[in-house]
Design a protein. Sequence first.
Lengths: 144, 196
Amino acid sequence: MKTLLLLAMLLLSPLARAQVSDPTPLQFRDTAQEERFHHLTAELRCVMCQNQSLADSNAQIAHDLRREVLDLMNQDKSDAEIKRFLVERYGEFVLYKPDVAGNTWLLWFGPALLLLAGAAIVFRIVRKRSAAAGTVANDDNQEW
Amino acid sequence: MSQPAPAPKSPHTGAFVFAGVIIALFFIGLMGLLYYGVQRSDQAGRDALPSPLIGKPAPDFDLPLLHEPGKRFALAELRGQPFVMNVWGSWCPECRVEHPVISKFALTKRVRFIGYNLKDPREDALRWLEQFGNPYLMVVADEEGRTAIDWGIYGAPETFLVDGKGIVRWKHVGAITDEIIAKELIPALEKAEAEK
């Protein structure tokens, strides 16, 4: 009985997995294309599981979109064209590196602005302190 | 008894106060962010992506009908009046949740409801409709999920409102509720009809 059950489970397991795993693995023309594909999908964000890249995600839609990306590559579309294709359908969200535009400049340059502000503050404090330290040093008549 | 001498003002006091203010502001900001996150956490659609298709022409499709696989249906045939397109699949638990809501509203005949069966084996889809009822005017079947990519569909359920000119007016990702119909779908529909 147990063996029968085990056999049944073994026979049924591919059916159960069919939902999750891609039935037809992607076929690349050559290693250069495969490399380009991996590079491109790592820069694209999965729309379903939003903290994974298209390359990493195992969601059904990620499988479909990977297949679509490969098809577009086989149609000799450039990376930029493939990205535009996905942005037109799913929005800017799919790009891990969004274009520099009016609504994304803070995202791109915000950190640099923060760094500059921090640098300005440190500069002011150091200057003030060195001025104060300068007078102290003179008072003490230190020789180094 | 002598008065204790006032502590000599350290030249660093200013810097310490400044650092304290910065840290406090940072902390308040962080708390604000956390509060915002907690506030949003009970919204079902918090991860839903805004569709770039809103205000744009609905992508055309030519798909077989679920009930008559020999017959194909082109989107252009729906021109003239607004319609709602509801994406569902028998594999999708949330679709079962929204189905009574969809059915109730569709049967008022306020607007045409088209079913979009996504990535479903035909028999499963037919069985599902038989079991839970078919409120749709027609159901198109996209077994491969290719056309769905053109629509920016990334799962089910998703619901679109397209106006008489074929412009996408509204989209909802996730299960539809009575509240969403009353507060979002009907106003969007009225607007689409008024502008016709």
